[in-house]
Design a protein around this ligand. Structure first.
Ligand code: CFM
Length: 570
C-alpha cells in the first residue's frame, strides 16, 4: 500500500482517540496501555507491545495457557484420550465449550464428548497428585483401550510439583501405548498463546513422525492452524477435494491421532492461523524439508488467492486449470448474493477484536462486501502477527517467554526430503511467491486505523462512543456489553452457533449473517441499563490531597454526555 494512502474521511484521528482512551487510567496503567494502542502506518508498522502481561483488572478477553494447549491445539485430536490433571473446574471448561466439530472416520472413536479429569481434591494438593493420576490413566485405559493418552496439567500441578512427565513415562512403559505429559499450567505464560507453543512442542516430539506411510494422492498438503470451528475445516476440505488436492491432516480440526502421526509425509504445509501453530510449520521444515506458506480461506477473494497459490506451488497444468475452473464457478455462483449484500453493507464500519488471527482474517470477508475496518486488534498475538515476521529477530525474550521450552530441531538423517529443489524454490520466489512468511495485520489495514492489543472493556466502550461502528466482532466476554450499547456483536470465536464461514460456501453464510445483523431494526430500541439507573463512578485522588476517596455520582446518560462528540474527534 503506498504511503499516500489517504486516511478514510470518516475516521476520527486515531491519536486523539488513543488519548481519550488512556486518560481515565492511573499513570502506570496508562504508560503500559500506551504501548499497546497504535495509529496504524501500513508501510512502516509501529512497534506494538504484544504478548506482554495483562494489566490486572482491565477485563481482558484472554484465556490461560492450559486453555491454549488443552482446549485449542490438543482438544480437536478426537481419538487421543485427554485427561486434565487438576481440579474439576478446568476440565469442565475444556469440555465441548469450543465449537470444534469432529466426525470420526472409518468407525473411529471420539473422546471429545467426554470430560476426563483427575478431579484433584485437597488431599492431592497437600500430599501430591501423582498416585491419583496413575490411577486415572489406568482407569481410562481399562475402559477405553485408547491408542494414546495425553495428560494436561492445570495450575496446582505445577505449584505442588507433580511430575506428569515421569508418570507419563511410567504408564507408557506399563501400558505399551503412547502416554504424554504436558506442562501447560495456566500461569505458564501471559495468555493461551504459551499453551499453543507447549502443545506444538508436545505434538512434534510425541506424535508427528510415528507413521511414515504417505497417503496415496497426487497432491498432499496439511492445513496447519485450522480448528474446524463451526465446520470451517469441512468447507475447506470440500473445496480442495473439488480441486483435486488431498489433505493429509488438519491441525487440529476433525483430525485423528493416526493422521497427525503421518502428517510429515505431506508435500506441503499451509498455515491458516499463524499464531497458534507457526512453531510446527518451522520445525517440520527443518526436520523433514516441508516448505510452508500462509493461506487464508476466510473471504471469497482470499480463498481464490490461496487456491491459486496452492496450484502454483505444485506447478501442474492440470491442477492450475482445475483450480481456475472451480474459482470461476464458485465466484459466479456467489456473485448475485455478494452484490445484493454489498449494496446494503457498503461503507458500514466494523471493528474486530479477536484471538490471534481472526481479527486479521475476517477483514478480507468484510472487504468482500465493501465494509470498512476502523479498528482491530488481537487478544494475545505476538508482534509478528501485527508487524510481520520480519520483526522476529528484534522481539525481546522476556521472563514469561523464557518459561517455554524451545525445541532444538535438526534435519532427520533418514527422512529429510526437500519437496522442491533449490532452483524450483528460487523460481517460485522470483515469481512473487513467499515461503515461511506472514506479513501481519498492520500491513493490510488502512493508514490511521486504530490498532489495540488485548483491548479492555473501558477501551471498547470508548471506541463505540467515538467511532460508532455498525458492527463489532468479538467474543462472549464483550458481546452483551456491546449489544447493550445498541451495537450488534458477532462472535468470531464460536460464530454464535453459525458457520461454516470458510471457503466460498462459508463466505455466502457470512454475507447473509452480517446482512441480517446490520439490517435489523432492533438495535435502535435498545436502552442500556445505565441509561435507566444512576451510576456510581469513582475518581482516583492522591491520598495526600484528600482524607478520603473522592466520589462522583454520575447521573443517567452521563457516560454519553461525557464522551466527546465524534465530529470533534474527526
Ligand atoms: Fe488461532 Fe483459533 Fe485464533 Fe487461536 Fe482461540 Fe479459536 Fe480465536 Mo477463540 S487457534 S488464534 S486460541 S484461529 S479459540 S480457533 S477463535 S481465540 S482467533
Amino acid at each position: 500500500m503506498p504511503e499516500t494512502t489517504p486516511t478514510p474521511a470518516a475516521l476520527p484521528d486515531a491519536d486523539v482517540v488513543r488519548e481519550e482512551m488512556l486518560k481515565a487510567y492511573p499513570p502506570k496503567t496508562r504508560k503500559k496501555r500506551a504501548k499497546q494502542i497504535m495509529a496504524n502506518v501500513p508501510d512502516a508498522p509501529p512497534e506494538i507491545a504484544a504478548n506482554t502481561r495483562t494489566v490486572p483488572g482491565i477485563m481482558t478477553q484472554r484465556g490461560c495457557t492450559y486453555a491454549g494447549c488443552r482446549g485449542v491445539v490438543m482438544g480437536p485430536i478426537y481419538d487421543l484420550l485427554q485427561i486434565t490433571h487438576g481440579p474439576i473446574g478446568c476440565g469442565f471448561y475444556a469440555w465441548m465449550s469450543r465449537r470444534n466439530l469432529a466426525k470420526p472416520k472409518d468407525g473411529g472413536v471420539n473422546y471429545m464428548q467426554y470430560c476426563m479429569s483427575t478431579d484433584m481434591q485437597e488431599d492431592q494438593i497437600i500430599f501430591g497428585g501423582e498416585k491419583k493420576l496413575k490411577q486415572a490413566i489406568q482407569e481410562a485405559y481399562d475402559i477405553f483401550k485408547p491408542k494414546a493418552i495425553a495428560v494436561l496439567s492445570t495450575c496446582p500441578v505445577g505449584l505442588i510439583g507433580d511430575d506428569v512427565h515421569a508418570v507419563a513415562r511410567e504408564m507408557k512403559e506399563k501400558l505399551g501405548i503412547n502416554v504424554m505429559g504436558f506442562s501447560c499450567e495456566g500461569y505458564k505464560g501471559v495468555s493461551q498463546s504459551a499453551g499453543h507453543h507447549i502443545a506444538n512442542n508436545g505434538v512434534f516430539k510425541n506424535i508427528i513422525g510415528l507413521d511414515d506411510t504417505p497417503d496415496e494422492a497426487e497432491f498432499t498438503i496439511n492445513i496447519l492452524g485450522e480448528y474446524n470451528i463451526g465446520g470451517d475445516a469441512w468447507a475447506i476440505d470440500n473445496l480442495l477435494r473439488q480441486c483435486g488436492i488431498h489433505i493429509t491432516a488438519t491441525l487440529s480440526g476433525d483430525v485423528s491421532y493416526a493422521q497427525v502421526a503421518k502428517c510429515h509425509t505431506a508435500m506441503l504445509n499451509t498455515v491458516m492461523c499463524h499464531r497458534s501453530i507457526n512453531y510446527i510449520a518451522e520445525m517440520m521444515e527443518k526436520k523433514y524439508g516441508i516448505p510452508w506458506f500462509k493461506v487464508n480461506f476466510i473471504g471469497a477473494e482470499s480463498t481464490a488467492k490461496s487456491l491459486r497459490k496452492l496450484a502454483k506451488y505444485f506447478e501442474n497444468k492440470k491442477l492450475i486449470d482445475r483450480v481456475e475452473q472451480v474459482i470461476g464457478q464458485e465466484m459466479a455462483a456467489l456473485k448475485p448474493l455478494r452484490e445484493e449484500v454489498t449494496a446494503r453493507c457498503k461503507g458500514k464500519k466494523v471493528a474486530l477484536f479477536v484471538g490471534g488471527s481472526r481479527a486479521h482474517h475476517y477483514q478480507d470477508l468484510f472487504e468482500d462486501i465493501g465494509m470498512e475496518v476502523v479498528s482491530a486488534g488481537y487478544e494475545f498475538a505476538h508482534r509478528d502477527d501485527y508487524e510481520g515476521r520480519r520483526v522476529l529477530p528484534s522481539i525481546k525474550v522476556d521472563a514469561d517467554t523464557r518459561n517455554i521450552e524451545e525445541l532444538h530441531v535438526e534435519q532427520d538423517a533418514a527422512r529429510f526430503r526437500p519437496r522442491k529443489s533449490p532452483e524450483q524454490l528460487e523460481a517460485l520466489k522470483a515469481g512473487g511467491f513467499s515461503f515461511s512468511d506472514y506479513e501481519g495485520m498492520m500491513a493490510q489495514m488502512k493508514k490511521g486505523t486504530l490498532i489495540i492489543d488485548d483491548i479492555s472493556h473501558h477501551e471498547i466502550e470508548k471506541l463505540i462512543q467515538i467511532y460508532k461502528p455498525d458492527l463489532v466482532c468479538s467474543g462472549i466476554k464483550d458481546k452483551f456489553v456491546i449489544e447493550k450499547m445498541g451495537v450488534p456483536c458477532k462472535q468470531l470465536h464460536s460464530y454464535d452457533y453459525g458457520g461454516p464461514y470458510a471457503g466460498f460456501a462459508g463466505a455466502a453464510n457470512f454475507y447473509r449473517e452480517i446482512d441480517r445483523m446490520l439490517s435489523t431494526k432492533v438495535w435502535k430500541f435498545v436502552v442500556p441499563p445505565w441509561e435507566k439507573e444512576p451510576q456510581l463512578a469513582a475518581t482516583l485522588v492522591h491520598p495526600s490531597k484528600t482524607n478520603g476517596a473522592k466520589r462522583n455520582v454520575e447521573s443517567p446518560k452521563a457516560w454519553k454526555r461525557n464522551a466527546p462528540p465524534a465530529e470533534e474527534m474527526a
